[in-house]
Design a protein. Structure first.
Length: 116
């Protein structure tokens, strides 16, 4: 059974950094592209960043490009999201997603709150 478990969220001040982790189990990790999404208070879930199975390709939303870095360690079945220079608009629940063709798996999310 596929399972994604996020961790690393918390309450920080604007300008701080956080690193989120997402550990996958029950899937062949290298078959999956991985992504991070954010759901702000009262808002829809939106794309943040993604990375191909071999880390060759990465993509970012305009709002985080240059501040966030997505990476993965296939030996540890883990994807990371390094978040620098956090701003209050980054506040939300961060979810990781595994995608292989049309098959998607989601984690339960980790809360990130950025105070001004």
């Amino acid at each position: 059974q596929a399972r994604l478990t996020e961790s690393g969220g918390g309450l920080v001040e604007a300008g701080a950094s956080l690193t989120l982790s997402c550990v996958a189990s029950g899937i062949t990790f290298t078959n999956y592209a991985m992504g991070w999404f954010r759901q702000g208070p009262g808002k829809e879930r939106t794309f943040v960043a993604s990375i191909s199975w071999n880390s060759v390709s990465t993509y970012y939303s305009d709002s985080v490009d240059g501040r966030f870095t997505v990476s993965r360690d296939n030996a540890k079945n883990t994807v990371y999201l390094q978040m620098n220079n956090l701003i209050p608009a980054d506040t939300g629940v961060f979810y990781c997603k595994a995608r292989c063709f049309s098959q998607d798996y989601w984690g339960q999310g980790t809360q990130v709150t950025v105070s001004s």
